[in-house]
Design a binder for this molecule. Structure first.
Ligand code: SAH
Ligand code: SF4
Length: 439
């Protein structure tokens, strides 16, 4: 990683014993003990309105003024996506420098942006303290899905997942999680129409007319969010919850909870809270139907077994035939892909009367993996058996494989390339562009 000295223990996280972390990693958030930047200013990105109000009061505004200013700043921050107080035109001109002397509106830094031949886009992002993580945007005919990361690395070593081979560096903060959605809107030029659209799109290094389309009733490209990037979102519950609240707030990013899906490898004790307190759609990384195989490929199974997991799914608040739970099933050759496995999958889902759909994911290989993807014929046969059991089982088309953006391929480039190499490559690109411009 970019900063090998920052072990989880060194930055105040709980050391993680063995393979399976049985405890949610404690919060490393700026909300409670807001950490000022080196220049003393406070980053308001990721803070809820109430906390912004408190900070404005602490900075010297009276209660009434603090409340009004917080309401305005909140609107500009999350609804309009501005990154400078100067652009907040309904705030008095004299007030704007007062704000920018004390506060700052952060975004994760974009280190690298890649575009797949199939339209998928991947961004390598960097936190203010130098950790790299990734987000992916997947455009489809009728929707655009942003795949958001919740942690840098992951504590759970699922054997087929590249992220699982990284150690956990740290949880992402609320600002870093919601910041991914903000960056995606910047890049797609999707803030409510104003002069800032152009400026933000330019800042994100994109042409204004890139990715034109009309996916949703309000004309947005980014219509769906999946918490399926790096990390286990339920091991960073509080920050994921607070970030998604900002995303779902009608006065904030205003995305419906029905368009948000959280994927878990099966952190059973947090699942009910996810339904009750966040209320988003649930996806569960099942991947195997017998104890032996799931213990091997999804090691959290040794702590929370299949029965317990499926019972938690049956109890998931808000699940219904209209809002079914997605079961993700990665197709691994000769490991979990037999007819008997497919029949057992149907039996289990029926036994627990789950309003379920199954997503069959062709395994995406990465260097050094011990697994192979099942053959297309095997995947089709498996899918047919599940369909015949009355459960929808589409095969997910892998997206962005050419840029390592597909499921389970995320592992920050910083581990593969040194910072110096990334910088060198960025410089080379700039020189090449300049040369091309000069003809
Ligand atoms: N940690 C969460 C969410 C991130 S992983 C979870 O495990 O659910 C998102 C999905 O991609 C999970 O279903 C995961 O099992 C799957 N996945 C991981 N590695 C993969 C690979 N190499 N090929 C295909 N799918 C993979
Ligand atoms: Fe972590 Fe999910 Fe990968 Fe498992 S599949 S190692 S839980 S990111």
């Amino acid at each position: 990683m970019t900063d090998a000295n920052l072990s989880p223990a060194a930055i105040g996280l709980m050391p993680i014993p063995g393979h399976i972390d049985p405890v949610p990693v404690p919060r490393t958030n700026l909300v409670d003990g807001v950490t000022p930047r080196a220049d003393g200013r406070i980053d308001v990105m990721g803070l809820p309105k109430k906390r912004i109000t408190e900070l404005f009061e602490i900075a010297g505004l009276d209660a009434k003024a603090a409340k009004l200013r917080a309401k305005q700043v909140y609107h500009w921050l999350y609804h309009r996506g501005v990154t400078e107080f100067e652009a907040m035109t309904d705030i008095a001109k004299t007030m704007r420098p007062w704000l920018s002397e004390r506060f700052v509106i952060g975004r994760p830094e974009i280190v690298e942006a890649q575009h797949s031949v199939d339209g998928t886009r991947k961004w390598l992002l960097r936190t203010a303290d130098g950790h790299d993580f990734e987000m992916v945007f997947i455009p489809d005919a009728d929707r655009g899905t942003l795949c958001v990361s919740s942690q840098v690395g992951c504590t759970l070593n699922c054997k087929f997942c590249h992220t699982g081979t990284m150690r956990l560096v740290r949880n992402l903060t609320v600002g870093e999680i919601v910041g991914q959605v903000m960056l995606a809107r910047d890049a797609l030029g999707e803030w409510p129409k104003s002069a800032t659209d152009t400026r933000l799109a330019t800042m994100a290094g994109l042409d204004e007319d890139e990715d034109e389309g009309n996916y949703s009733s309000d004309g947005r490209l980014l219509t769906n969010i999946v918490m399926m990037g790096m990390g286990e979102p339920l091991y960073n519950f509080d920050n994921v919850k607070d970030a998604l609240k900002l995303v779902m707030d009608g006065e904030g990013l205003a995305l419906s909870r029905r368009r948000i899906t959280l994927s878990t490898s099966g952190v059973v004790p947090q699942m009910a809270r996810c339904g009750e307190e966040i209320g988003v759609n649930l996806a569960v990384s099942l991947h195997a139907v017998t104890k032996d195989v799931r213990d091997e490929i999804v090691p959290i199974n040794r702590k929370y077994g299949i029965e317990e997991l499926l019972q938690a799914c049956a109890d998931y608040p808000g699940a219904s035939n209209a809002r079914r739970i997605t079961f993700e099933y990665v197709m691994l050759k000769d490991k979990n892909d037999s007819d008997a496995d497919a029949r057992e999958l149907v039996r289990l889902l029926q036994q627990y009367r789950l309003p379920a759909k199954v997503n069959l994911i062709p395994f995406n290989p990465w260097p050094g993996t011990p697994y192979e993807c099942s053959t297309p014929e095997r995947i089709r046969a498996f899918s047919n058996i599940v369909f015949e059991g009355g459960i929808s089982a589409p095969v997910r088309t892998p997206r962005g494989r050419d840029i390592d953006a597909a499921c389970g391929q995320l592992k920050t480039a910083a581990e593969k390339k040194s910072r110096a190499q990334i910088d060198r490559e960025a410089l080379e690109r700039i020189y090449a562009e300049k040369e091309a411009e000069l003809g």
